[in-house]
Design a protein around this ligand. Structure first.
Ligand code: ADP
Length: 345
């Protein structure tokens, strides 16, 4: 065995003898298990590599390090919990190869142990996401299903106004599912780093004026104003994405805030700043650190028909442009979101 090479391997390697005692540990296995090899060698392997499965069964009690089938040469990878010498537990991926004699008795077991804490955390985050998404999709669908079947069963018993009300709810909830799925597609593109930016020269002042005009019609008469200096520079960016960012911020101001909404621009060196300011009530300072988090919502109340993905996506788009987004509470209680974008070449 070429031990100097094994010593430099980032994964843990242990050699267990036919008597199931430790014969060798490389440096990574010492670090993972917390056992110095001087103390580990000669001990029953399960004292040093105290492995159990997710259900809590210790590997050695089932004799599973060495499979019963004598033809097995390599075991498939298993994700197991390793209890370190200091009592701390770590998720590890374990594989074993068996060195057998002529009668197929195990002479030695070569075990590799890799720390998979990060992978397990990612898997966890992924299943959390799936649970949240399923829940978010199920509630509007339940309402669509409920109203539809009620209408189908008792069509004659409702008057036109009641029917119109139910159809409006169905329409609204179907839109909600569509919006959620569109947002999720954006999220998955962002997280996979596959958000395509079609960069070109962008006139943010013009985009902001257009957004203010378009959303002004949907803001119940609340004024939306775009204020950009004459000399505001053009930047290199994806115009559709920049528009999406401004629309998200203005729509939030329409939904969650009061008073007039101002979109303004400011040039500063090789960056431009775009502020979206509203007239409050503002975001509780306790919530401020979390509002860019996926699915984070609070105080949705009456107006809330969001998914909690808007600001997460907004931040992702801005960062894909190598920019950043900040939020501040105004002196009079309003909220100002500021995006900072590089002017680009
Ligand atoms: P959504 O609008 O889908 O709920 P967002 O990610 O866009 O999700 O926003 C997250 C939360 O931040 C909202 O639920 C809301 O509580 C809060 N928020 C966002 N913008 C404002 C604003 N301008 N004023 C007050 N609260 C806001």
């Amino acid at each position: 065995m070429n031990e100097p090479v094994l010593e430099r391997l980032p994964d843990g390697v242990a050699v267990v003898g036919g008597d199931l005692r430790i014969e060798y540990l490389n440096a990574a296995a010492e670090a993972l298990s917390g056992w110095p090899r001087a103390e580990a060698i000669g001990r029953p392997y399960h004292e040093v590599l105290a492995l159990r499965d997710a259900a809590g069964f210790p590997l050695h009690e089932r004799g599973e390090l060495v499979p019963r089938l004598r033809t097995v040469r390599v075991s498939p990878e298993r994700e197991l919990l390793l209890r370190r010498r200091d009592g701390e537990e770590r998720w590890v991926a374990v594989r074993a190869a068996f060195d057998r004699d002529e009668t197929r008795h195990v002479r030695a077991v070569l075990v590799t142990i890799r720390d998979i804490g990060r992978r397990r955390r990612l898997d966890h985050a992924r299943s959390d996401l799936i649970a949240t998404v399923s829940h978010e999709i199920r509630s509007p669908l339940t309402s669509v299903k409920g109203f539809t079947s009620t209408l189908l069963r008792k069509w004659e018993r409702f008057n036109d106004e009641q029917k119109r009300h139910m159809l409006t709810m169905i329409n609204h909830d179907a839109d909600r599912v569509t919006r959620l799925l569109t947002d999720l597609l954006d999220v998955s593109r962002l997280e996979a780093g596959r958000l395509e930016l079609k960069r070109q020269e962008v006139d943010i002042a013009q985009i902001a004026a257009h957004v203010a005009d378009r959303l002004g019609h949907a803001s119940d008469g609340r004024p939306i104003e775009a204020r950009f200096p004459e000399s505001f520079p053009k930047i290199t960016a994806d115009p559709a994405k920049v528009e999406q960012v401004i629309v998200n911020l203005v729509e939030n101001a329409i939904k969650y805030a009061e008073g007039s909404i101002v979109v303004s621009g400011e040039a500063s060196g090789d960056e431009v700043l775009v502020h979206v300011a509203d007239g409050g009530p503002g975001i509780d300072p306790r919530h401020l650190p979390h509002i860019f988090t996926k699915f984070y919502r609070h105080g949705q109340g009456e107006r809330g028909s969001g998914t909690g993905l808007g600001l997460y996506i907004t931040k992702g788009i801005v960062e894909a442009h190598r920019g950043r987004i900040e939020v501040a509470r105004g002196d009079e209680g309003g909220t100002t979101f500021t995006i900072v974008l590089p002017r680009g070449e």
